[in-house]
Every structure is written in C-alpha cells, then in structure tokens.
Design a binder for this molecule. Structure first.
Ligand SMILES: [Fe+2]
Length: 385
C-alpha cells in the first residue's frame, strides 16, 4: 500500500526544448529562484523569462541559492517574495535552488509559520493559496521536480532537515535534458548514481507497488545505458535527456514508495564527513543489496533487466557502473582517515538507526548490523551476512 495514494505533479513536460512549455503556464507574476551563475551565464534564465513574457507573465529573479541551501537563504527569498507578490514560483537549477524555492513557498504562503513547525513530516498546511510551483531541474539526480521533499540546512545547528509533505510536490515539472549540458562530469556521476539509489531502494521498499515498480525498471535500464555516455560526453543530448527522464521516474517512484537504509546511512556520511550524497549512496548500495537480499527476491528482477540473474549479479553491475564513472569503491578509498572514521563510527551508526528512511527498508537492521555494513564499506569488503 502506498503512503497516501500515488502523488504526481499536475503536469510533467519532458524532452529536449520543453523549457518552452513555460508558455503554457497561467499567472501574472513569477519569481524565478536559481543558484549560482550557471543558469544565468548559459542564458537559460533569460530564455525562461522570454517564454513567460510571451504569455504576458512578468518575472523577477532571486539568485544565489548556495549548495545545501540554508534557512537564512530561504528567509531572504521569502522577504523577496513578500515584496514582489508572485502567483508563480519557479525553482530553476540544481536541486538546491528547487529545494530552497519549495521552502520559500511555504513561508510565503504562511508568514507566521516557524521552521520548527514544519520539521515533523507531513505537517505543512495546504499551499497554492498565493502561488503555484514550477520545478525545472538542471541536474539529474534527486528528482525534486516531482517529489514531496526539500532539504534545508540549519547552519547554526549544523543539521540538514528534510522537509517532507505531499504539499511540496510541484504543480508543474519541466524535464528538459538540454539544461544539463553544463553539469560537470563528477556531478553527473554522483547525481546519476543517486537516481539509481532511489530506484534500487524504492523497488524493494515495503511500500513499493504496481504503480512504482514499472517506473523503477524503466529507469534502471535507462541509467545503466545512459550514465557512462552522459559522463564522458556532456553535450550528448540523447544521454542527457535519458538521464533526466530516468531521474524523474526514480523520483516519482521514491516519493511514493519511500527509501531505505542506503539513504539512512548515506545521510550520515554526508553530514559527518562531507561525502557527496550520490557518492555515499554509490559506495553503500552494492553491500546493502547483498544485505537486503536475505529479505527480498526483487533484486533478481533488476539483474534480469541487465541480462544477469542474481542479487549478487546486480550488486556487481552497480560496482561496474560506479567504476565506469570513476566513483570510489569504499569510504577508505574516498579518503576518510581511519582515526576519524573509528572515532565517529558509533555516532553515525546511532544516527543512521534514527533516520526516517530505515522504516521502509525490506530488512529491519540491528544497530550491530548497521555498524558492520559501515565497517565493510570502509574497507570495500563484500557483505556476507
Ligand atoms: Fe538521494
């Protein structure tokens, strides 16, 4: 049974050139929330503004959302929206820009709401009284254009908060692979493997069903086919669009079926050691396939898509793909010193056990097992329990 039903944006445009579909949006004034300068430098923001203008929609830009967007940036954006009064909010850029725009949207609609009020999952009140939300991603990984999640960092506390509510699912998603051409190879690798982790976890989740499973199978095939090409040939639009579509399909799957312990454990590697999210997922994923395969047969389906048979084959295929895009195979190889690692292992184990993503994992782990998986992933040893 899925969480509350099967939730999707009202419309998802996908394909090269679909940025132009901004002409289909209705409204009077848009705020475009974007990150550093890449969407401006490459002319994407200007093109978006021109399409909106053709429809008679005025637009203004809020730029400079940083990676791992902070609460301060969100509140700055809210101040900007309070002054400009948009009825359309457009998150345009990497997942940070879109996630920040989602959080701005909440505080713009509910000025009296405090950040603490919306940290517990599913507590955001109904949105869309002031504005609709359009998401246009320029990276292919988080699937935030279709998900109910926005990750915001409280820098004072040094904590990343995933805000979760189906209210945050965008109204319109535009999945145009042309926007991904400017993504550097290592970001292509990390975000692409993050999408594969979404697929792999959603497929074996206790909430997976006949709506999410076919999307995962399609997405997994596309990622194995397209990621090495997108990594080596950034301008290859066919590979870029395939990865963008695959990431979106993975997003639809996991926003409805949720995730598992790859993400629960990767969140700690990001928070404590700064390992990029997709890289952390990629290091952990093969060993967690091995661990979870004691509780589910479903990895065999994914292996078959790749012309293989067993869960172990699937784990090996992930390792091959990871190597093809030059992502480290262990936490040690990534460069975390053993002393640091040993000092923090118990804390990250405890935090991983508390992570919300544990709940939908097909095998319920003990604390000792999580610690052992971390230890095996530090050295690169294959999980055998
Ligand atoms: Fe992820």
């Amino acid at each position: 049974m899925s969480a509350i039903g099967f939730v999707l944006p009202r419309i998802t445009y996908h394909g090269i050139g679909t940025l132009e579909k901004l002409k289909e949006i209705n409204g009077k004034k848009a705020v475009i929330v974007t990150g550093g300068s890449s969407m401006i430098k490459t002319g994407v923001v200007k093109r978006a503004q021109d399409y909106l203008a053709e429809k008679g929609i005025e637009s203004v830009i809020f730029e400079g959302v940083e990676p791992d967007p902070s609460l301060e940036t969100v509140m700055e954006g809210v101040g900007f929206m309070n002054k400009t009064n948009p009825d359309i909010i457009i998150g345009l850029g990497g997942c940070s820009a879109i996630d920040a725009a989602k959080a701005m949207w909440v505080f713009y609609e509910y000025p009296d709401t405090k950040f603490e009020d919306i940290i517990p999952p599913f507590t955001i009140k109904p949105l869309r009284k002031k504005a609709i939300f359009v998401a246009i991603p320029s990276t292919s990984g988080t699937g935030t254009e279709v998900t109910c999640v926005s990750v915001i960092t409280d820098r004072k506390k040094g904590v990343k908060y995933p805000l979760v509510s189906y209210e945050l699912t965008p109204d319109v998603a535009i999945v145009d692979g042309e926007l991904c051409k400017s993504m550097p190879p290592h970001v292509t690798a990390h975000t692409g493997l993050d999408a594969l982790a979404h697929d792999t976890e959603a497929y074996v989740s206790t909430l997976a069903d006949c709506y999410t499973d076919p999307l995962v199978r399609q997405s997994v095939e596309m990622i194995f086919n397209a990621l090495p090409t997108a990594y080596k040939e950034p301008e290859n639009l066919e590979a870029r669009q395939a990865m963008h579509d695959a990431s979106c399909l993975a997003g639809i799957s996991f926003t409805n079926a949720l995730l598992g312990i790859v993400h629960a454990m990767a969140h700690q590697l990001g928070g404590m050691f700064g390992i990029p999210h997709g890289c952390a997922n990629a290091i952990l994923m093969p060993n967690i396939v091995r661990y979870n395969s004691q509780a589910t047969d479903k990895y065999k389906d994914l292996a078959k898509l790749l012309g293989k048979e067993t869960a172990e084959d699937y784990a090996l295929e992930i390792e091959n793909l990871r190597a093809a895009v030059e992502v480290p195979s262990s936490i040690g190889e990534y460069g975390i010193y053993e002393k640091d690692w040993n000092e923090k292992l118990d804390i990250i184990t405890a935090n991983a056990m508390d992570d919300a993503c544990v709940g939908a994992n097909p095998r319920i782990p003990t604390k000792e097992e999580i610690k052992k998986i971390y230890e095996y992933c530090y050295t690169g040893k294959k999980v055998d329990f």
